[in-house]
Design a protein around this ligand. Sequence first.
Ligand code: ATP
Ligand code: MG
Length: 426
Amino acid sequence: MNNLKNLRGTVDLLPDQLTKWQNVEKILLEQLARASIKEIRTPILEMTELFIRGIGEGTDVVSKEMYTFLDRGERSCTLRPEGTASVARAFIQNGMSSNPLQKLWYMGPMFRYERPQAGRQRQFHQLGVEFIGYDSVRSDVEIVALAWDVLSKLGIKELNLEINTLGDVSDRLNFQKSFLKWLEINKNSLDIDSQNRITKNPLRILDSKDIQTKKALKNAPRLFNFLSEKSHKRYLDFKQQLEVLKIPYVENFNLVRGLDYYTHTAFEITSGALGSQATVCGGGRYDNLIKQMGGPNTPAIGFAIGLERLILLAGNELEVPRNTDIYIINKGYIAEPLAMDLSRKLKKYDLLVELDLSGSSFSKQFKKANKLKSKSIIVIGDDEATKREFIIRLFDQSGNANKEEVISLENDFELEKWINNNLLAK
Ligand code: ATP
Ligand code: MG
């Protein structure tokens, strides 16, 4: 049989790597809880139709990147490529609109059939936040500030915020008319992908990475010039409030999201510390999505952060695993069950406890504790067990024993005192 391997673009995350993931997730979750944002979990597998309607046929995600298949009941299913469509569906389906203001977050794997490279996988993870029912400029600012602050909290350097406004639907229709005329005339200066988008999703052409197309677009009409006075004022307000919060931004008029339901604010956060896949966070307002999916007219804004890219960026200090606090060295017929009992007792403390289950010699177990740089050890052999006691020994930073006590197995109070004084004391 051939060796079995994981699929291209998927990765195994091993215990050593997961220390950093867990530390990053812990900080993220803490920040979200402090901002009173509630978690939502939706299925990873959804009807294909959800993403066609919720992301849009003209997008790369739907046209090229989805993992779509027929299940045994011949239903077309798709592994979710992003989270917003599912959250919107869940909001509508579960009658969540009875509470019209909801701040929600989700985190988990997403699937896109793309060419794998550093920071780009086929199964990757996103943390997303959606503010549903919120339409004020302040909610846009709060969303951007939240994304900015969580990234900063993780110590990520060289952050850049790019912003743009897409106006409302009628602003965009006005722009599109004039843009389509320009595209007809200038079609030949565009790359093939962009030419194909003229009929499917013309706005997305603005987002092209092709150098020639980018150059040609410099002379194209600007969406900004088609904003109504109201949309324009909204954008100015948004910028002004970012300035009050001292969040630096750069305007990028080519930052677009191609679909009708995206409105007003669009933003991206990139980091100069990442290579070519520089975008860590993308977000924007989608006031028309929930209505288009059959729900009540509900404004909303959100963002998604790519966790793989976040892990690449987060500081090395988050890679350091927590040290063992107590390593329990035990050997002997009478000692071993008592050691196990002791290790269960210790679980009520916020301590990292490891019970040696190897059955190997005391000296080997000592070596293991040493290798783990355990802050302390408990030793219990049959001699101690017969006397119904155990030895507990504390080590200093350089691994020298600096304190030792013999405690009775019955004296939980003494044990607790020792732990409080030596391991839990800050
Ligand atoms: P990109 O331009 O990098 O393809 P995107 O516009 O497709 O990004 P979004 O759909 O806005 O990305 O997703 C939000 C974030 O999720 C991205 O900024 C990125 O950090 C992350 N992301 C998207 N696709 C992948 C992927 N295939 N692998 C890893 N992370 C990804
Ligand atoms: Mg993409």
